[in-house]
Design a protein around this ligand. Sequence first.
Ligand code: ATP
Ligand code: MG
Length: 411
Amino acid sequence: MIPDLPVILKRDQHPISRRQIDDDCLKVLYRLQRNGFKGYLVGGSVRDLLLGRSPKDFDIGTDATPNQIKRLFRNCFLVGRRFRLAHIRFAGNKIIEVATFRREVTPEELPEDPREHLHFVQNLFGTPQEDAYRRDFTINALFYNIEDFSIIDHIGGLADLEQRKIRVIGDPMVRFVEDPVRMLRALEFAARLDFSLCENIFPAIATHKDLLTTAAPARVREEIMALFRYGIAAPVLRQCRELGMLPHLLAGYPGTDEGIAMLKQVDDRTRRGTNIDESFALAALYLRLFMDSCPPQRTTAITVALQAANEILTPHCRHFSIAAGIRIHARDLLVGCFRLARGRGQRGEQKFLRHPVTATALELFSLWSEVRRDLKPLRKEWTAIIRPSTQTPHSPARRKRKRRRKTPQPQ
Ligand code: ATP
Ligand code: MG
């Protein structure tokens, strides 16, 4: 049963209170409103507040154009080439992102001369309703209106929140072609929120999964890291394997049962509150493959392990343009695990024990020993002589603010 849209929930019909909204975000909303513009809280923050979760960040939608926003806020910087977004900066490196409502562009609409496309897209604004329609999932398209503290739902997101469903706005067959990363995001939100996927998502993934290879690697990299930061890498990558997406997402990653079991250990560690960085995630992702390609026998030289690690990590890092520093750290973690798996009493052990990467390698090795239980005695031996690394606990939901387009490029 589809409700009449838009559904508007008045202040007394929903649980979101201003006290839950970031102070600086409220300041921006109020200033927009005082100057005659609409000020809406949009996207993930409304969804999370309605679910009783604390949002990672607060994004704002408005009918003020980027230049109008800039005139209203001294601490405002416009970013993005195609889609101009306003970043309002506050103390402590806090950035509140303010985006003008926009709408989807159809290829037919674009000016004939490609040189005019950029100007056209930059100035293509829309109504709040059109803005809701261009978003990815219904639960991500809810608005909170600062004018009367109401929630506005143009798409049916409230009903889907209620039923705990991830529903693509429009036809997934079309929306996944527009932006293949949405396939991964669908699985990601389902795992994060423990929601189910609408049935029409599966045939659309089956048809269009190979388009994932055409997605911008930087965006895929960002979403993969999000899986690790939210502690959902194992279930989502397992599902990617089952749906045949893995080769199009991570060409060199085999996704074996043991490999996924290792990711489960990593996810549990993240959920217990340990920060995860990209080198640790990479090493965890490829540990099983690495150990297979270079079995840690006592006679195997470190140079062999170094080469095996490089051969596995280099194609991944090249494809995703991952900095050398991260790759080298991941390589050292893999080689560190190799040394640990070879056992004690090898040449260079003292130097290895003093090396800064060793404690983190032992953490990785300990997780691996939960999968390969025969390694447990070795783990015990090493743990007795290696001091733990000084990882700082964190809240699992924190991550660096992204600066990227919020809508796909028109075809
Ligand atoms: P998170 O808690 O991870 O920040 P979020 O829903 O805020 O979740 P973002 O990636 O920050 O996700 O994106 C903000 C909003 O932009 C989304 O809620 C969604 O409305 C819209 N959006 C993001 N990516 C896409 C996309 N690929 N296609 C359409 N809309 C998108
Ligand atoms: Mg967000």
